[in-house]
Design a protein around this ligand. Sequence first.
Ligand code: ADP
Length: 566
Amino acid sequence: MTTPLHGQMMDVPLTVSSLLAHASRYFGATEIVSKRIEGDVHRYTYRDCEKRAKQLAQALIALGVEPGDRIGTLAWNGYRHLETYYGTTGFGAVCHTINPRLFPDQIAYIVNHADDSYVLFDITFASLVDVLAPQCPNVRGWIAMTDDMHMPPMSTAASSYEALLAKHDGNFDWPLLDERSASNLCYTSGTTGNPKGVLYSHRSTVLHALGASLPGAMGLSARDSVLPVVPMFHVNAWGIPHAAPLTGAKLVFPGKDLDGKSLYALMEAERVTCSAGVPTVWLGLLSYVREAGVRFSSLERTVIGGSACPPAMLRMFKEDYGVEAIHGWGMTEMSPLGTLARLNWEQTQRSPDEQRRLLEKQGHVVYGVDMKIVGADGQELPWDGVAFGDLHVRGPWVIDRYFRKDDSPLADGWFPTGDVATIDRDGFMRITDRSKDLIKSGCEWISSIDIENIAIAHPAVAEAACIACAHPLWVERPLLVVVKRAGLDVTREELLAFYEGKVAKWWIPDDAVFVDQLLHTATGKLHKLKLREQFRDHVLPSARDVENCPLTDRMTAGSGPTPAPE
Ligand code: ADP
């Protein structure tokens, strides 16, 4: 047998610390600006950040933290949180970001399951920590991310972050670590069952940061000023805290103020060019700019994902404000980046309608992610934009198995995402639903996302959710739950009539109800599970008299699975 000829290049491990070291050395004067919990705006540079991250590493080592230990964080987007990203992983500890919007019992479960040795928290979460501490006996210390002056009154014994750092000088060399060792830990939000831990490695994190920065992805560079609205406790703010130092982009952190007015003011003040967040956040920002009659003077593009972005929102960003809104898809198990809707040169030459249709989809994979759709028999389905099936992915930043779970979630080496999708000839993927949110009418499926997107396009609709409602004849039929835009009105009948001609007749919801607000999960998605519970006993008008059910002709009018309106 012939011995393979090995390449003769350096075997430098891909470590998370190398990202900040690079920014500090080559973009040392580039700013990191943070709206602080204390109320003011803090600014310093990548060079300052690395020094303080090293001080934190020294402090944690002095506290007895060892490589592999988990360090929890309960914090908003800010410079101290960024220091924690690097001051933990830099010496081999694992940075475990925790979503403070979860219920305290879920957080306690997560802290205990991760076996966090220390937890660092923003002072806004002091009372939450007082609830958690008695339930988390293995946590050796709680560290408030502030100085002695701002320590909040607490029943838990906590130390101040600044006092800890002050004991160390930052003269510390990041050790060379095995790139396959663990660096970060995030839990899925657990909308189904207990949250599950996804343990990233240094290698997967660096590769993901490279992928996320590519021109066909977020396209970050040292000329950007990037504001991640997506929280650093939600899948590492989609990798921006790693991708920004890699590219030398300026970082702008909004702290806890995520309302439209605060975000707009910060974007303008810091000449933000690129941002990222879930659709609900952009609803707030867009309503603010519309009401205030202002425009963006520097914002060029924003990535929108985490749940389906209504086409109406993409259009508003582009047509009303000249901002490129990039629809993206991913999940905690994928670090999270999977696809982004950006066009290649040839696609930009097509008709405006065709371009729009592509951009409304969840998009094209970034190098590093491979995807396929499979049918119920496990066979791969064609890329024709019509056939829809379970979406499977694989790649170097995709999960292999969950933290502290032995069974593999993979099927033939691929990770089943739980999403249902189509893929078209251009390789653009479109999520039709989460498998558990699809509505099964008779023996056909209806995409709740399509129904929601149409409702959102109605001028009087602020937000909409479409859920399955029990039906004696068709098993399930769609029910639309709507929040009206302030000051505007629409009736149930007008809203249902709005669907005429836009979808197959049998896709039209059987009923529409109006509510003051819709419940969201801790990661900003519509809480469909709760909504289904809330409307479990709702009786659809069409179900009251099955004999005269108007659906009979609707069903015959549309036969077979109807592709989404293209
Ligand atoms: P969870 O909320 O389950 O913790 P994630 O934040 O990782 O998890 O969410 C991943 C899921 O969010 C995806 O599997 C998908 O269902 C949904 N999602 C993310 N981006 C989009 C998008 N652009 N369009 C539709 N669904 C999306």
